[in-house]
Design a protein around this ligand. Structure first.
Ligand SMILES: [Zn+2]
Length: 341
């Protein structure tokens, strides 16, 4: 489907926002606009505002007297120590949602219900951190240790009854913290009815624990949270084309595809051979291969910006480069603050 068709298809879903001047640009002109210059805000999107409003209503029903904050950034995440959730900026404008869908092929938050799934998930991370639930004995027994390393890839039991399904790719099965955030998201949505569906078993225990933790939590805001909003959209000094060329790799889309779509032509990629090698060496580490997205996101992208990788590549020392890439412990995973996606 062409860009023009995507724009047409997605536009009617939302109330027409106040037109910003960049919306009149051609796709190529738009590709050079810096994200901070898009002048985006949550309030300009009725879709986002509505999703947040509805999730906050659910939040209130959980009994908390304080409110989390929400801001636009490059992707969905919860940054430890903050009191809110970062939302991908493209959700703030139908034009950018269409662009995301056109370039990446899917949208994390394709409609209001989908956005609410992500919001609840990130709020799960927030509460897990804020109230230190992750150190609770039963939380550790049922979900596992928060300190467990994030794996390069994860194996999925597709019909497992031990996990909820909220986000795609059986994300709950990737790590104890993701399992917790996913189960919390499910609980938040089905707070009054989940007991009808789950009467025993692991999931029943997990949901019961979350219910108990929520009920026992102090209603006031925990003191360990700051109002800092890292990665705010108005500070992102990247053009859309630079952003999408980076993002393409996280999403396992080729640099060429993105350029083709932006400009209808390919510009020679100076890093093409390095990109190919990294892909070739890292992909076999992913089991099963369907979770390549996850692997590339967690490992490949930071590697590509790694100075040692770039210097070995420039020297042409392929053996050393391969060894480094495949054995390098995931040091960057330990560099705090940890960002949950
Ligand atoms: Zn998460």
């Amino acid at each position: 489907m062409s860009w023009a068709k995507y724009k047409k298809k997605y536009r009617p879903l939302f109330r027409r926002p106040k037109e910003a001047s960049w919306t009149k640009k051609t796709l190529e002109e738009l590709s050079y606009v810096k994200i901070k210059d898009l002048r985006l805000s949550i309030s300009q999107s009725s879709l986002l505002s509505q999703a947040i409003k509805e999730v906050l209503r659910e939040w209130e029903r959980l009994g908390f007297s304080w409110q989390p904050s929400f801001w636009l950034s490059t992707e969905w995440y919860y940054a430890e120590g903050t009191k809110g959730v970062a939302i991908p900026f493209y959700l703030a404008h139908p034009h950018l949602m269409a662009l995301e869908k056109y370039l990446i092929g899917r949208i994390e938050g394709k409609d209001k219900e989908d956005i609410k799934k992500y919001l609840r998930h990130e709020l799960g991370h927030l509460l897990d951190y804020a109230y230190r639930w992750r150190f609770h004995k039963s939380r550790r027994q049922l979900f596992g240790l928060s300190s467990q390393k994030y794996p390069i890839s994860y194996t999925v039991v597709s019909h497992s009854k031990k996990y909820v399904r909220n986000l795609p790719a059986h994300y709950a099965q990737s790590h104890p913290d993701e399992d917790f955030a996913e189960t919390f998201a499910y609980y938040m949505k089905y707070r009054t009815v989940w007991r009808k569906k789950h009467k025993s078993g692991t999931l029943f225990k997990k949901l019961s624990l979350i219910e108990e933790l929520v009920k026992m939590a102090p209603v006031s805001q925990p003191k360990n949270l700051s109002g800092f909003r890292p990665g705010k959209v108005n500070q992102i000094n990247l053009s859309l084309n630079a952003f999408y060329l980076r993002r393409a790799y996280d999403c396992d889309i080729t640099y060429r595809e993105i350029e083709q779509k932006f400009y209808g032509m390919t510009i020679k990629d100076p890093f093409l051979s390095l990109r190919k090698d990294l892909k070739k060496w890292i992909e076999p580490l992913a089991i099963p291969i369907h979770y390549k997205d996850y692997l590339l996101h967690r490992y490949h992208s930071p590697l590509f910006k790694n100075k040692r990788v770039l210097s070995l590549w420039r020297k042409g020392d392929k053996r050393a480069l391969k060894k480094y890439v495949q054995n390098e412990p995931l040091k960057w995973l330990k560099n705090g603050p940890f960002y949950y996606t």
